[in-house]
Design a protein around this ligand. Sequence first.
Ligand SMILES: Nc1ncnc2c1ncn2[C@@H]1O[C@H](COP(=O)(O)OP(=O)(O)OP(=O)(O)O)[C@@H](O)[C@H]1O
Ligand SMILES: [Mg+2]
Length: 241
Amino acid sequence: MKMQPAISTVNLTKRFGGVIATDGVDLSVSSGEIRCIIGPNGAGKSTLFALLCGIHAPDGGEILLGGRDVTRLPAFRRVRLGLGLTFQTNRAYHNLTIAQNLEIARRRNSARVDSDALRRYQHAIGLFELDQLTDLPARALPHHQLQWLEIAMVLAGGPDVILLDEPTAGMSPEETMQTASVLRTLNGMGLTIVVVEHDIAFVREIAHRVTVLHEGRIFAEGSVAEITAHEDVRNIYLGRA
Ligand SMILES: Nc1ncnc2c1ncn2[C@@H]1O[C@H](COP(=O)(O)OP(=O)(O)OP(=O)(O)O)[C@@H](O)[C@H]1O
Ligand SMILES: [Mg+2]
């Protein structure tokens, strides 16, 4: 029996006026996978995520979550089906405590939180070192830990698949590696992770497979070793392809 991909797209297309931000993308992420999506600025990474989440409606193509067509479902219905989003909707309230933020996230993203998802969430709170700080206002957290809180808020909704757009932006190399380690642990507990990331050290650390976007299309796909050895991939970053 063939496993359904956790999340996939068929010929997904999105235009903004004359710009084709997503151009016939066929993406397929297996259940249990960590997939990194890379590509130069303007390649369409964030647009692809916005389509997967339901923030934008595509002009064509399909989005499947666990084999189910969700193309026309609003974001909150996708969340209920187990998709975790880290967009503006999951921003922490800086004046509320960590415990209050997590509680709001838990109520707002009312996916059916099964026992695996609950274990992952509880484990993440410890790994992100938030468990001793629950009465602190979010604004008291250092930058990297505020980003960790936002990931924990997504996990509070009990997702099977999470989409992270540049989760390590602004972190030190050490904090970035710590983030990678936590995400690997959560992945080992059954969480499928799709992450847009510029930091190649981080990608090396976590990716099972890498998808390279360029001008809205899938330009290359493979293991980290294959992708980093790919001359055309290096050229698109240097603007030569
Ligand atoms: N809301 C929008 N309205 C108009 N054009 C948009 C919109 N969002 C994205 N675009 C355009 O679509 C293309 C893809 O943008 P997108 O933000 O998805 O790229 P990205 O790969 O996330 O880039 P970055 O690495 O800079 O975050 C760009 O040409 C961008 O200008
Ligand atoms: Mg982007």
